[in-house]
Design a protein around this ligand. Structure first.
Ligand SMILES: [Mg+2]
Length: 341
């Protein structure tokens, strides 16, 4: 209760603070959030504390010495801001009062489809104060926090209508993906991103698209998958785990003339444009999803293109391409195979 009182006080500047017990097993996880003007239409992104801050040393301490010593360390250092994590640039431009929301409101003061951010943390409320202080240090307008003390966040993500979940915990990411929530694993790294727009890059198969063609390729080889695609050119490919989030960005983009668009989206696929591009393009057309640029690389490396784009996040299901992205300083969201692993 003492921790809740302190957290409530820190968030009480807007509307009504609601405190919800987030665990049935034990009374140790809590969500503190602020009622939004229009939460039904908000594009809510949930991020873990390790996705937006560099907590690697602290995580090692937690693994080696347990929650007690970890919490004591975080309390002792709670006024020292954490270093930037991989997903911080993405959150910095998409948080409330940040660039994209400001442009949406400039375009339409009545706009309801605005980004909102929930911080979902494995910390308990006591160790979470350092996270809150770091959020303030970076000037992020994040007001909703869940300190779950190790509890799986996925069921809460569903209740909050979360449209994207970024986390450094693979089992939490898989749990969200299995509930149909777009989610990706973020690995700590130093990153460089473009400043002027929100740039998001999507891989094709197993990310925007389902794994149907990838499975044919794995089981029967390249010649067979080319034939498979040719035979089905008029049938849209199934939906992949990030399709719903890409559609949201696509709908936001439609509100702006191209020269004023604060969001730029890319398809960056290993497919050959000649042999496997037609069905991919027809699928995007069928969905009504326009991307600004599409690259069909026919197996060539992705990192030289990523180094030019400097996206805020790049989603891919291939560890090979994720490693290339990490090497080029690109913030990467890995879509793990989950039930196949
Ligand atoms: Mg792929």
């Amino acid at each position: 209760p003492q921790a809740l009182a302190r957290l409530g006080t820190s968030s009480i500047n807007v509307f009504v603070v609601v405190v919800v017990s987030c665990c049935t097993e034990q009374l140790s996880g809590y969500c503190v959030f602020v009622l939004q003007k229009d939460s039904a239409q908000a594009v809510t992104i949930a991020v873990s504390s390790r996705a937006i801050f560099d907590l690697e040393e602290e995580h090692e301490l937690f693994l080696a010495e347990g929650m007690g010593n970890y919490t004591s360390h975080q309390i002792a250092h709670e006024n020292e801001p954490l270093a930037e994590g991989t997903a911080l640039p993405f959150i910095r431009v998409s948080a409330p009062k940040a660039m994209v929301n400001e442009k949406l409101l400039e375009n339409n003061p009545e706009e309801k489809q605005l980004f909102d951010i929930i911080l979902v943390s494995n910390n308990n409320a006591q160790s979470g104060l350092r996270i809150i202080n770091s959020i303030k240090h970076y000037g992020l307008h994040i007001t909703r926090f869940c300190f779950l003390n190790g509890i799986d966040p996925s069921k809460y993500l569903q209740s909050y209508n979360v449209k994207l979940f970024l986390s450094a915990n693979e089992s939490a990411v898989c749990s969200a993906l299995k509930r149909g929530i777009p989610a990706a694993l973020v690995i700590q790294q130093d990153v460089q991103t473009a400043a002027e727009q929100l740039r998001v890059v999507f891989d094709g198969d197993c990310v925007l698209f389902s794994d149907e063609s990838e499975n044919v390729y794995r089981e029967k080889g390249l010649d067979e998958v080319i034939k498979y695609e040719k035979d089905r050119e008029h049938i849209p490919i199934g939906e992949g785990p990030l399709k719903a989030f890409a559609m949201i960005l696509g709908n936001m983009k439609k509100k702006f003339p191209r020269e004023k668009d604060p969001i730029c989206t890319y398809l960056l696929t290993s497919r050959s444009g000649r042999d496997m591009g037609v069905r991919a393009i027809k699928t995007l057309r069928d969905w009504g999803l326009e991307v600004d640029q599409a690259f069909f690389l026919d197996g060539a490396p992705k990192d030289p293109i990523l180094a030019q784009i400097r996206p805020h996040i790049f989603f891919d299901d291939s560890t090979h391409h994720i490693r290339g992205a990490l090497a080029s300083g690109t913030p990467a969201g890995y879509i793990p195979p989950c039930d196949k692993s």
